[in-house]
Design a protein around this ligand. Structure first.
Ligand SMILES: Nc1ncnc2c1ncn2[C@@H]1O[C@H](COP(=O)(O)OP(=O)(O)OP(=O)(O)O)[C@@H](O)[C@H]1O
Ligand SMILES: CC(C)(CO)[C@@H](O)C(=O)NCCC(=O)O
Ligand SMILES: [Mn+2]
Length: 900
């Protein structure tokens, strides 16, 4: 593709501790982008992540064969099965026959205005039924801790308190209350419908307790509101990446807060009324103040004064308002002049609504827009000011604002931030939370004992943004979508109407609506993202088996996204690339599902949904959190899975593997004829070559058919003239083969991160693995957990290895030793094989289902494997050579960083 560059890279290093974050990743984006990839570099700048968005009810996961498909991260707790080995002992009542999502827990926060509900759904457990079972056992070696919880998903929903019935109906329809609360997972006692207890906080936990008993037959276990707010806030701030952000003058910036530097802070919960809590630690807090002028005041007074029908309507009015027609400004009093001696500009509000007295106007003579804005500013400034005073009282520098009054509304946040900044003269900082209104409900949820949730760490949570309810023109159309069919129907309806879906999920503020400070919001703020169906945060996937890759030199500095899409040019570029590739991807996806009418329909819906995501992100790149290219590529895979395309590249991968395997014997013979040094060099070239010529180009695919794959491969290999762009080969060779006076020092265990199916893995990585095995190094092949583009997955590798092993004794013995050839072993077991001394070849999954790996969240399998490894090699492609290594397309990088 024009303008793109890509580089095959082989990064090898021993003693990973020495590596400075700058290794690995198997990023790529085949076909689309000539598989230009990203490079993982330790950049100052941290993390990625998602933002306010509301895919509400998650899709029921397709019933899949082996791994769960509902997220890029598999939900399967492999570690548990492997370590404890007692999956058979599981109580069969765990599984719900009629439900693919087993909903086990929920908690409520019933406030004066809104009911917040957090519920957890998990997938039924599965045992590892693939051929890697032995590998997993071998690698884990009992070294991993066992987790108190299984993976699942946390969903966030809200209702108006005045419509309590809707909430009760929702609970009934989801069967949330059906006695699972105290059952199996967290307590071993049998489920007991009669005594079902749910955790609830907020005033309504008291007020409506009887009603819950009457309608649902459940008792409410009341949790203290302030306890819950604090527990929820602490959890979010510690466990969710980029939960907190600042919002000043229309500019949103995610802030990563150091766990060790979180306390003390001031928590200001702006609900109907406002509570201010000084938080000193987990469970250590004091409610230091509050104000009765809060969200209820804005909505209540606003409704009376403007006759608005909904909170959002009132908020939207404010965006078109000019408060100067109602507020009395300093300039009104000082004849247009500033009162600079005390720091007040002429445009400062001297008295909110002050003009309403002097003017002889009646209510009808004022624009509702102006009233709404004036009211919003009055209340927001007041809250900001009181918060500042309390922060000052206790010497607190950070103030976190929560509660649904904030409503992700840019102008509200700007106004509060301005007040805090202004009064504290920049000493205190206002910050907001993405899960703003759900603090109490989350806190109540976490109060379930034995849940182990408070131990969850940031790397065990993945937030996703499934299609909640499509909406057009800023308004949600229809109810949240319950299942795939409803989802597809919605998409189709919009096509019929000829309406563009402007975004898949409701929510989030427009980029900027105001200049902040004392100016009026700019009217071009556009429509408020409606959240009429209460969708305003993503679904949180809890994947307790994820771990931080233990060999990351500095996890805090590590940033998997080398391409930051907050840069508009980058975003536009990738947007175009992904959009242009979409039709082709849809074709492949549909074909992978047999090209049936159903597949076509889903393909169509997928295209629509993904385009809508793209459109949404173009409009507001931070809509789902800080956006990097890796996130965008993962979103696409995720979206495919959402529409039940489990492996769009299935047949392509198969074909690539077959043709490559067919020529492997020739290649191995060729290699074996060489002397050691030539062979090592050829192997490295081969790894690079196999990665290059596979760049998904159509020409290559055509050539495969003519059976000339080995020729292309050799040709590419011959082009690899040294010195390469980065060329540490000599160092590597010295370690591997020794030199005068120096003996070769074989590595103990090597992790090879494999990337593409076909030539890349078969002709590139397997021969390298074989060489390492031959030298007595254990090899662990690390591959994706779920399909993504044409990446080879951990599930597919054993078959590929088995096929390759037919032609190679080294591979066969190693694969047997590693338990990859289970069948072969039992068939030919003659006792001597049992104690064969071959070092094992193993396969582990990386915990990821996206083209880009995030080493902050890898499978516990991989984490365990890494602990005993001392060599790591990975092929990857780099995107934008100019940017990253200042090179050109097809430059090769062979980086070897020996332990110092
Ligand atoms: N859809 C909505 N309907 C009503 N109010 C909304 C809505 N969205 C945001 N709000 C604002 O959020 C406020 C309620 O916030 P929140 O849910 O945090 O408080 P609450 O728990 O109901 O109140 P309290 O804690 O004081 O009992 C409302 O007073 C209003 O200002
Ligand atoms: C009464 C609560 C705690 C109920 O959530 C809340 O509405 C509140 O903090 N109101 C403000 C009360 C005060 O003036 O301190
Ligand atoms: Mn509340």
């Amino acid at each position: 593709m024009a303008g793109l560059t890509g580089h095959p890279v082989l990064e090898i290093g021993d003693k990973f501790e020495e590596l400075q974050n700058n290794i690995f990743n198997n990023n790529k984006n085949k076909e689309v982008i000539d598989k230009a990839g990203l490079v993982v570099k330790g950049e100052e700048n941290s993390n990625n992540n998602n933002n306010n968005q509301g895919g509400e009810r998650d899709m029921a996961p397709p019933t899949s064969n082996s791994l769960h498909r509902s997220g890029s991260r598999p939900q399967l707790d492999l570690s548990k099965a492997a370590i404890q080995g007692n999956s058979e002992e599981r109580d069969p009542t765990i599984l719900l026959p009629n439900q693919s999502d087993d909903i086990s827990h929920f908690a409520l926060d019933i406030g004066g205005s809104l009911i917040k509900l957090v519920y957890f759904s998990r997938h039924e457990g599965q045992s590892i039924d693939d051929k890697r079972k032995k590998t997993v056992k071998e690698i884990s070696n009992g070294s991993r801790r066992s987790y108190p919880i299984l993976g699942g998903r946390l969903h966030f929903v809200k209702f108006e308190t005045s419509k309590l019935n809707e909430c009760l109906d929702f609970i009934s329809s989801k069967q949330l209350h059906n006695g699972r609360i105290d059952s199996h997972y967290w307590n071993s006692e049998a489920p007991n419908k009669e005594n079902a207890v749910i955790k609830a906080t907020g005033g309504g936990a008291y007020k409506f307790a009887d009603l819950f008993k009457e309608r649902l037959g459940v008792s409410i276990d009341k949790e203290d509101e302030m306890d819950c707010l604090v527990a929820g806030a602490n959890f979010l701030l510690k466990a969710i990446r980029h939960e907190a952000f600042t919002h000043m003058e229309g500019h949103k910036e995610f802030v990563q807060i150091d766990h060790n530097d979180l306390f003390p802070y001031l928590l200001v919960n702006v609900g109907s009324g406002v509570s201010m809590i000084k938080v000193d630690g987990d469970g250590k807090f004091q409610r230091v103040s509050g104000t009765n002028v809060g969200g209820g005041t804005y909505w209540g007074l606003g409704r009376l004064l403007t006759k608005c029908n909904s909170f959002d309507e009132l908020l939207e009015l404010s965006q078109r308002g000019d408060n100067r027609t109602i507020d009395m400004l300093v300039g009104d009093i000082y004849g247009g002049m500033d009162y600079s001696k005390i720091g007040l500009s002429a445009s400062t509000i001297a008295s909110s609504f002050g003009k309403a007295i002097s003017d002889k106007k009646e209510l009808e003579d004022h624009r509702p827009e102006d009233i709404s804005l004036s009211l919003l500013r009055m209340i927001s400034y007041n809250i900001g000011q009181i918060s500042y005073l309390n922060a000052l009282r206790f010497g607190l520098k950070r103030i976190f604002f929560g509660g649904f009054f904030i409503r992700g509304h840019a102008y509200t946040m700007d106004t509060i931030s301005f007040a805090v900044h202004f009064w504290s003269q920049g000493q205190a900082q206002a910050m907001f939370l993405r899960h703003e209104g759900f603090l109490g409900a989350l806190g109540a949820f976490m109060s379930y004992e034995k849940l182990g949730l408070d131990d969850l760490m940031v790397h065990q949570l993945v937030e996703r943004f499934p299609m909640g309810a499509p909406y057009t023109g800023g308004k949600i159309h229809g109810p949240p979508l319950g299942n795939l069919n409803e989802k597809i129907s919605w998409m189709e309806k919009f096509v019929l109407k000829g309406t563009e879906i402007t975004a898949p999920v409701p929510m989030a503020p427009p980029g900027t609506t105001g200049l902040g400070g004392f100016e009026v919001p700019s009217s071009k703020g556009g429509t408020l993202r409606s959240d009429a169906s209460a969708l305003n945060v993503g679904v949180l996937h809890l994947v307790p088996t994820l771990e931080v890759f233990p060999l990351l030199a500095n996890p805090k500095m590590y940033e998997p996204n080398t391409i930051d899409l907050s840069d508009h040019c980058e975003l536009e570029y990738w947007f175009t690339v992904l959009s242009e590739h979409l039709p082709d991807l849809v074709d492949k996806a549909v074909a992978s599902e047999g090209g049936t009418d159903d597949a076509k329909r889903r393909g169509d819906a997928f295209a629509r949904a993904f385009s809508a995501h793209l459109a949404r992100l173009m409009e507001e790149p931070a809509a789902y959190g800080k956006l990097g290219l890796a996130n965008l590529l993962e979103l696409r895979e995720e979206c495919l899975r959402e529409f039940q395309f489990l492996d769009a590249y299935r047949s392509i991968k198969q074909r690539e593997n077959e043709v490559s395997l067919a020529v492997l014997p020739d290649l191995l013979m060729e290699l074996d004829r060489m002397d050691e040094e030539a062979r090592l060099l050829t192997l490295i070239e081969g790894v690079l070559a196999a990665n290059i010529f596979d760049w998904g180009s159509r020409a290559c695919v055509d050539l495969y058919h003519k059976g000339t794959i080995i020729d292309i491969y050799r040709m590419s290999r011959n082009k690899m003239q040294r010195p390469w762009r980065v060329d540490d080969f000599d160092l590597f060779r010295e370690r591997m083969l020794g030199s005068e006076g120096k003996k070769p020092r074989p590595h103990k265990r090597a992790l090879l991160f494999v990337d593409n199916s076909g030539a890349d893995v078969v002709l590139g990585m397997l021969p390298l693995a074989r060489e390492l095995l031959r030298r007595g190094t254990e090899v662990v092949l690390v591959a994706n957990s779920l399909p993504a583009l044409n990446d080879v997955t951990a599930m597919e590798l054993p078959d590929i290895v088995a096929e390759a092993a037919k032609h190679c004794d080294i591979l066969r013995r190693a694969a047997e030793a590693g338990g990859l050839l289970v069948d072969a072993m039992t068939n030919t077991l003659d006792g001597s094989k049992e104690n064969c001394s071959s070092v094992p070849l193993m396969v582990v999954e990386n915990g990821c289902g996206s083209p880009c790996i995030d080493l902050r969240q890898v499978s516990s399998e991989l984490a365990s494997a890494a602990k005993h490894a001392d060599l790591l090699a990975m092929v990857k492609n780099q995107r934008l050579a100019e940017k990253l290594i200042k090179g050109e397309i097809y430059d090769c990088v062979c980086r070897y960083e020996p332990a110092s």
